[in-house]
Design a protein around this ligand. Structure first.
Ligand code: MV4
Length: 506
């Protein structure tokens, strides 16, 4: 390693993950550069950086997705490395390559590893050759319906038609009988062409009611290791809402087998840094490789909490040519961690993103709580980016206590000004099926009751707003110390406090 030292990192992202990366940089003595669109000029992550560069208007295509503008910003600020975060350009091989070609360090895997995992049929061939279990099906794109019918008969119905260029569930079709197959091939292919510019499709056996379990890996120049699993079955329309580590469905023995498969997957593509192998875990206990995410993931904190590792710090070390700081030998999960994604999705409006100003935010705190957010009181929500406001992570000695800690934190949490999915999280955490860990990827589809807005939510929200206004009023009264105003505020405070207590609001 004759590489010059890494000193200054440009963070090619926004929001909570930009802040998370900058905090890790600070811990390591690295300087930081933020890039921002006009929508983010006042955002906390911009203020947190040592330097910042405006890259364009709010639309991602004109700002966070502009490879040329990002590389120009890195060069103008003297950055020597680029961290892509998640989303945006994080899994574009062309970006990794452009960063490297500009003489900068890409804090992520080699572009070749991104390419190898990008095409699903070639990834399936590579994985099968590396001994990683894949779902039975074809390992080549299918163009001939007769050939597809033969494959389907061989693996048995139901089957799933998938896009070769896909991921995230676009262009998928479940086929339960031979008669439906030709139509499904046609519609899946045209959807794939529209979404990915590539109409290639292939077949897999459809796995009924699996769990979504993923394995975190880390690879430096010498070692590739796994850092256990995350259970990610609580999702809606391919958007994860709650993740946990470990999984109730994974024994120490299964963890080692899934971990070994994920490590083999990483080794097969020459992986470096932090990556994740997604698996379907069937009710039978069999597991199958789905795809590999070649980036840091939203839900990385649950792994960090139970394994006591800082995954972003390890990314920085590995990118700068240092070995990972994790001692050799088996890693053991300590306790249980759960993450709730707090989004500005309005349950009273079909869970559509709600924009507006966060007039008031009270973040939870206390033992076992971690709050990862890119917003604060006064932040303005935009509809240009994803609707996640924050991640709330609870860590405790066991799952039941992690749920209790999360419930306490969800009681403390208050967001005024934009509707959020906090009422959903409160209902989910109190649900007996969830508490038993009795979940699979279709759990939320079966439970519209958890997703629906209730009158209770509305009442709690109104009281919260009243309490927030009152708190503000009290602050003003204290500042001006008007005797009459102060007396009034005192009297109504006790009435509101009583009402809030009665409604379990505190
Ligand atoms: C599957 C499957 C069942 N059987 N493959 C969805 C997105 C993509 N990553 C793969 N996906 C699935 N592939 C077979 N053979 C079910 C899903 C699936 C899913 C997987 C993980 C998390 C959430 C999901 C929601 C619906 C379907």
């Amino acid at each position: 390693m004759t590489r010059r030292p890494m000193r200054r990192v440009l963070v090619a992202n926004r929001g909570e993950i930009a802040l998370r990366i900058m905090r890790a940089c600070r811990d390591e003595g690295l300087e930081t550069v933020a890039v921002y669109s006009d929508a983010d000029a006042q955002a906390p992550f911009v203020r947190a950086a040592d330097q910042s560069v405006r890259i364009g208007p709010p639309a991602p295509a004109e700002s966070y997705l502009r490879i040329d503008a990002l590389i120009a910003a890195a060069q103008a600020t003297g950055a020597d490395a680029v961290h892509p975060g998640y989303g945006f350009l994080s899994e574009r091989a062309a970006f990794a390559q452009a960063v490297t070609d500009a003489g900068l360090i890409f804090i992520g895997p080699p572009a070749s590893a991104i390419v190898a995992m990008g095409d699903k049929t070639s990834a399936r061939r590579l994985m099968a050759a590396a001994g990683v279990p894949i779902v039975p099906g074809s390992t080549k794109a299918l163009t001939d319906p007769d050939e597809a019918a033969k494959v389907a008969t061989k693996i048995g119905y139901p089957v799933l038609v998938k896009a070769a260029a896909g991921g995230g569930g676009k262009g998928m079709r479940i086929v339960r009988t031979p008669a439906e197959l030709p139509g499904a091939l046609t519609t899946a292919s045209s959807e794939a062409l529209k979404s990915f510019g590539d109409g290639s499709v292939y077949l897999e056996k459809y796995i009924e009611l699996p769990r979504h379990v993923e394995i975190q890996i880390l690879a430096d120049q010498v070692r590739t290791i796994h850092v256990g699993e995350r259970e990610c079955s609580i999702q809606r329309r391919h958007q994860k809402l709650v993740e946990e580590a470990p999984s109730v469905a994974v024994s120490a023995e299964l963890r080692e087998r899934m971990g070994a498969a994920a490590v083999a997957a990483g080794v097969a593509v020459g992986y470096r840094g932090a990556g994740t192998c997604e698996f379907l875990l069937a009710a039978s206990g069999e597991f199958y490789f789905l795809e590999m995410n070649t980036r840091i993931q939203v839900e990385h904190p649950v792994t960090e909490e139970v394994y006591g590792v800082d995954l972003v710090r390890e990314q920085l070390r590995i990118a700068s040519g240092l070995p990972m700081s994790i001692p050799e030998g088996p890693l053991v999960p300590r306790g249980w961690a759960i993450e709730c994604r707090i989004t500005s999705e309005d349950p009273a409006n079909g869970l559509l993103p709600s924009a507006g100003v966060i007039q008031w935010l009270r973040a939870p705190a206390g033992p076992g709580i971690r709050w990862e957010s890119g917003v604060e009181s006064g932040s303005e929500g935009t509809l240009y980016y994803d609707s996640m406001l924050a991640k709330l992570i609870a860590h405790a000695p066991d799952r039941a206590r992690a749920i209790a800690v999360m419930q306490r934190a969800l009681q403390e949490l208050m967001v005024v000004g934009v509707a959020t999915n906090v009422p959903f999280h409160r209902k989910l955490l109190a649900d007996p099926d969830f508490q038993r860990g009795d979940i699979d990827i279709q759990f939320l589809e079966r439970r519209p009751d958890l997703m629906a807005a209730s009158d209770d939510d509305a009442a709690i929200e109104r009281i919260a707003i009243a309490a927030a206004l009152l708190a503000e009023d009290q602050r003003i009264s204290r500042r001006v110390s008007a005797p009459a105003g102060a007396a009034n505020a005192g009297a109504s405070a006790s009435a509101w406090t009583q009402l809030a207590r009665r409604d379990g609001l505190r």
